[in-house]
Design a protein around this ligand. Structure first.
Ligand SMILES: C[S@@+](CC[C@H](N)C(=O)[O-])C[C@H]1O[C@@H](n2cnc3c(N)ncnc32)[C@H](O)[C@@H]1O
Length: 355
């Protein structure tokens, strides 16, 4: 693995000329109008002052911008995003330079050579919650140990698809010499395969943070000899033939061609065709191709097309061995109402074999 890959992190900000300081005694309305005129605000005194200004900004825009239709909501979010990014916080000696600020270990880890710079308040909030997840870890029902997701890495918050995969692995009777985990994220599927006796797993990810994070997490434990990491697109440089290929891809089609899409959530139109073509060259004769998916795109009406059904309909490379489905437990009635979905959300485990 290339050890000097660059991790993703918020770029330190150099504030422009027009700076206002904000503390509890500053006039909120004046501050917001100055921000609309392009001023940058630096939060001083207490960490809470940053939360206060963000809250006031939200309220201010809510009272002024229509926020009903989809495009109005998008515009509202865009404006809030733009203005909130003008609210800065100073970092000195690897800490947020405000009283009662949380201690965020990521600052020293991600910026070891920069002891004085600025970030937006929202970025600092993001770093803080990522630090809490990392430090406290997350218990995943199918894993023996907690996972500790690295900054900027996808991690599961619902586990239905992992339970499906675990049940499938329990019944799997094929060889367990080697497997590939495409888009390894924080490693959950690889850890499951190792727990079920796979000797070697090759994991890839386009996100450098996933690769760096897992490398750090595994250190030189036994696990690090069982999981080999590879930074890159789909199969990266892995040319091996394996008995099992698993992919938990993004579940929603990207609606625009924006460059900065979140690759853990949205897929572009080339992802699946390329994946199937490359998987075909790496799957052994009796191997299994397992894809975890969901009907989320269909029930939210983001897509009519199902990328796996589309591949199967071609009938060239793969045929269906089985498809297991599991209804997702609803988080709460409130989310159900907000999301306004028709139909029931299900996760899917597709097992494909070579034709
Ligand atoms: C939904 S997450 C799943 C992560 C992990 N396997 C799990 O099940 O929790 C998808 C992962 O695939 C990665 N990814 C997206 N597109 C990719 C691509 N073209 N090649 C490799 N990895 C990709 C993302 O960065 C993300 O870590």
């Amino acid at each position: 693995m290339n050890s000097d890959i660059q991790i993703n992190k918020p770029t330190p900000i150099i504030p422009g000329e027009k700076i206002i300081k904000f503390d509890r005694s500053t006039d909120v309305r004046e501050t917001i109008y100055a921000m609309k005129g392009g001023a940058t605000v630096v939060i001083t005194e207490f960490y809470n002052n940053g939360m206060l200004l963000l809250k006031e900004l939200h309220k201010h825009l809510k009272n002024r911008l229509p926020n009903k239709t989809f495009s109005e909501q998008r515009e509202f979010r865009g404006e809030y995003h733009k203005l909130s990014n003008q609210i800065l916080v100073e970092i000195t000696d690897f800490e947020v330079a405000l009283k009662k600020a949380p201690k965020i270990g990521w600052i020293k880890i991600l910026y070891p050579e920069n002891d004085q710079f600025f970030l937006t308040f929202s970025q600092v909030q993001g770093l803080n919650s990522a630090w809490q997840w990392y430090k406290n870890g997350i218990s995943v029902p199918v894993l023996r140990n907690k996972i500790h997701p690295y900054y900027g890495t996808y991690f599961p918050t619902r586990f239905d698809h992992l339970i499906l995969f675990d049940n499938w692995l329990k019944r799997y009777e094929g060889a367990k010499k080697s497997a590939i985990d495409v888009g390894i994220g924080s490693g959950v599927l690889s850890f499951q395969m190792i727990q079920h006796g796979f000797q070697k797993v090759f994991g890839t990810d386009t996100n450098p943070n996933a690769i760096v994070g897992l490398k750090e997490f595994m250190g030189d434990t036994k696990l690090s000899r069982k999981i080999e990491l590879n930074h890159g697109n789909l199969f990266a440089t892995i040319e091996k033939e394996v008995e099992l290929i698993v992919f938990n891809p993004p579940w929603l089609p990207a609606v625009s061609n924006l460059e900065n899409i979140d690759e853990a959530i949205y897929y572009n139109k080339n992802l699946f065709p390329k994946f199937f073509a490359e998987a075909n060259n790496r799957l052994s004769k009796d191997g299994k191709l397992v894809i975890l998916f969901s009907n989320l795109a269909q029930i939210t009406k983001t897509s009519k097309e199902h990328p796996i059904e589309k591949e199967l309909a071609k009938g060239v490379r793969f045929k269906l061995e089985k498809c297991l489905k599991k209804t997702v437990k609803k988080a709460s009635d409130k989310t159900k109402r907000d999301q306004n979905w028709r139909g029931i959300e299900e996760v899917e485990l597709w097992v494909l074999v070579k034709k």
